[in-house]
Design a protein around this ligand. Structure first.
Ligand code: ATP
Ligand code: MG
Length: 714
């Protein structure tokens, strides 16, 4: 299937010259690489993403039809950004490049080719919450709901299932390694998974993992189909390859079976998604997986000043094993990163806000400043202060708009209209309606199943007297939804119709209905951008908006200037002029639960590395000394600086201790000079710390393909 494109007639294209001028030698070698597998493995800020953008431009420039290039990125936003940068190089043809996340491309593939594998094309995609609910139905149907308390809950079951699919480990092995207390339940768990799988198939539901798994299976099971699916593209490029999992590697092998034109770029030192089944072995083993692969490494960093690199190089040099080397930069000057000690959270907040305003007054746009933290809830105090002081901000990651109960409620109505077999959504709707309880709800579902889920099955059900009104109202609404035309305008009308019924329910349920009603207004607004109900539902499940701004416009970044607040996970691949990493407290970053496992600690270290390497010119890492935490059933405790900021790292930072007036305290005793040993750390190290953090976190869950956070800590 290899295609050979005749070179264009002109001698030297202008962009070929640009390529040489705007890339260093190694970057250029990668961007202009011909055919066959290519691996670019290099540290943060060395221009991997930039090289990929230029490679897309180069391919188009040498005659590869843009629609035959597939660009796989970690978020939809990343693909959009890269393509708009490529557009500046080679023009509007880049609009035809196919791009997106693995899950969204899997989705497109299944809609188009799934029927050949017995998958009706009008399937509904379940998000993680739906999948857990369906797992609960299986668990209950098989009689495990009553079982001893120690039996895995629906979230755990889903996480085991997802881990099994994505990491290809046996169920017994997962139980043994990750959930030893459930190790005796392997058979029961397997039975539940069988039921879950059958339920998905009966109801034409597809979970996130299926999007990858079925894609891989289509490629592996039928040579004809594989030829057609893989034959759509001549070149495949993947950014952030260190965060792919084995299933994604399998998909790539299938997609590149004929041409082997695969370019992957990544940094093993930034692999931060193993809780979603990612395995950085993928990148290290790429040369074995794709024999003959060309390897390009990059060591010059173009993002950060040398003092910032000194700190981040030291931080990552403590990592257990890594491939990528220390980085250097040609940029001279720059201040040492600050290590800021605050008395408590409030003082840390005031420090960040004052410093942000100071930088802003000196000319840095707010959008060029980011505050990063380990988990979504850690910015609560800062968000309040920013709101009070009328400083606009956007929050990335940890956003729960689509997970909010009221939004899911409204979507459930649309979903049963779209797929009458969507049992999970039916159950959700029934439990909302006054007069319908669990028994009636189950009876209704049972009767619809008996009528093979025909769209009128619900109307034919004869409800008990208490539920009569609810049944009548719902039947009426469903008729309206089913009759509605299928376009964007009709979608807004459908949401209005649902709200005629639902808004009263919402007002009954919540003491403060207004912000929730506003969310529903927003849902209606974004629905206008979609051609059909099915497209809207699929887009929400696959590419959940990753910032409040995404919600408002449906587009990526807005023009408005706003400070960025982001989880460390969601900051991946980005850069800002100034970066604050807050809550650098042991038990918070790293999270307490990570302390139990070497592997998790290593991943937290890489996450800290990702956070700190986002900074171009200014970096401040802060930690409050006194932490009030209701999580710990104690009042105040003295906390310790994150273990990642060890002595060697601290030595390269500027110590700042905040005084009573929130200014660096000149009269305070100077920060303790670095001593050869750290007595307190030695003593503390003898006790396992159970402080802070988010409590238990389920490992192995794949989370949402569009969201980018550790679900355990959102
Ligand atoms: P990360 O590992 O964080 O994803 P990366 O390796 O993908 O980083 P990029 O984001 O591509 O790095 O590049 C970092 C910054 O350096 C960007 O602002 C980019 O434009 C700039 N840069 C990279 N290479 C060059 C170059 N040859 N000349 C000028 N600027 C460059
Ligand atoms: Mg990058």
């Amino acid at each position: 299937m290899t295609r050979i494109y005749p070179p264009r007639p002109r001698e030297v294209s202008p962009s070929a010259r640009d390529l040489r001028a705007e890339l260093n030698e190694e970057q250029y070698a990668a961007a202009s690489h011909g055919t066959g597998p290519l691996l670019v493995i290099a540290g943060a800020g060395t221009g991997k993403t930039r090289t990929l953008v230029y490679r897309v431009a180069h391919l188009i420039d040498t005659g590869v039809p843009p629609e035959r290039i597939l660009l796989l990125t970690f978020t939809r936003r990343a693909a959009q950004e890269m393509l708009s940068r490529a557009e500046r190089l080679v023009g509007s043809a880049t609009a035809r490049v196919q791009g997106g996340t693995f899950h969204s491309v899997g989705h497109r593939t299944l809609r188009r080719f799934g029927a050949a594998g017995g998958l009706p094309p009008d399937f509904t995609i379940m998000d993680q919450g739906d999948a857990e609910d369906l797992m609960q139905l299986s668990r209950a149907a098989l009689g495990y709901a009553q079982k001893s308390k120690r039996f895995p809950k629906k979230e755990t079951l889903h996480s085991i299932y997802s881990s099994h699919i994505n990491t290809e480990r046996a169920i017994e092995e997962i139980l043994y390694q990750d959930f030893p207390r459930f190790v005796d339940y392997a058979d029961d768990v397997t039975r539940i998974f069988a039921d879950y799988t059958a339920r998905k198939s009966d109801r034409n539901l597809v979970d996130y993992d299926d999007l990858l798994l079925f894609w891989a299976l289509l490629l592996e099971q039928s040579p004809d189909l594989a030829t057609r699916i893989a034959g759509q593209y001549d070149h495949i490029l993947v950014d952030e390859y260190q965060d792919t999992n084995l299933l994604q590697a399998r998909v790539l092998r299938g997609m590149c079976r004929d041409h082997r034109n695969l370019t992957v770029v990544g940094d093993d030192a930034q692999s931060i998604y193993s809780f979603r089944g990612a395995n950085f072995r993928n990148i290290l083993e790429f040369p074995q997986q794709f024999p003959g692969a060309r390897l390009v490494t990059l060591e010059q960093n173009y993002r950060s000043t040398q003092p910032i690199l000194d700190v981040t190089n030291t931080l990552i040099s403590r990592a257990e094993e890594r491939f990528t080397k220390n980085l250097w930069t040609a940029r001279v000057g720059g201040d040492k990163p600050w290590l800021v000690t605050a008395r408590d959270e409030q003082q840390q907040t005031r420090f960040v806000v004052d410093r942000v305003l100071e930088l802003h007054e000196q000319g840095t746009p707010l959008r060029e400043i980011a505050v990063l933290f380990r988990a979504g809830y850690m910015s609560a105090d800062l968000e309040i202060e920013l709101t009070n002081r009328k400083i606009p901000f956007e929050k990335w990651g940890g956003l729960k708009f689509l997970e909010a109960a009221h939004v899911k409620d409204v979507l459930a109505f649309l979903r049963v209209a779209d797929n009458p077999r969507d049992e999970v959504s039916w159950y959700r709707i029934f439990m909302l309606m006054p007069g319908i309880g669990d028994v009636t709800a189950r009876a209704m579902i049972q009767s619809m199943a008996e009528r093979a889920w025909d769209p009128d099955a619900f109307t034919h059900f004869v409800p008990p007297p208490r539920a009569r009104d609810a049944h009548q109202n719902l039947s009426r609404l469903l008729r309206v939804l089913r009759r509605a035309g299928d376009d964007g305008a009709a979608l807004a009308e459908q949401i209005d119709a649902i709200r005629q019924l639902y808004d009263d329910i919402l007002r009954e349920r919540y003491d403060r209905p207004d912000p929730r009603l506003a969310d529903l207004d927003q849902l209606r607004t974004i629905s206008a951008g979609y051609p059909s109900r099915a497209a809207f539902l699929a887009a929400l499940a696959l590419d959940p908006p990753s910032s409040t701004q995404d919600l408002a416009t449906g587009a990526s970044e807005s023009e408005d200037d706003a400070l960025i607040l982001s989880t460390a996970h969601s900051s991946k691949g980005k850069e800002w002029d100034a970066v604050f990493v807050i809550w650098a407290v042991d038990g918070w970053f790293p999270l307490a639960r990570a302390a139990e496992s070497e592997d998790e600690l290593e991943e937290e270290r890489r996450l800290m590395y990702v956070a700190m390497t986002r900074a171009r010119n200014h970096l401040a890492v802060s930690y409050p000394l006194n932490v009030y935490s209701s999580r710990r059933s104690m009042d105040y405790s003295m906390d310790q600086l994150s273990r990642f900021i060890d002595r060697g790292v601290r030595e390269q930072m500027e110590r700042v201790v905040l005084g009573d007036d929130d200014k660096p305290d000149a009269t305070a005793p100077p920060p303790v000079p670095e001593s050869p040993i750290d007595l307190r750390a030695l003593l503390l190290g003898r006790f396992s710390r159970g402080s802070g953090g988010s409590g238990a976190g389920g490992a192995g869950s794949t989370g949402s393909p569009g969201g980018t956070d550790d679900p355990a800590v959102r």
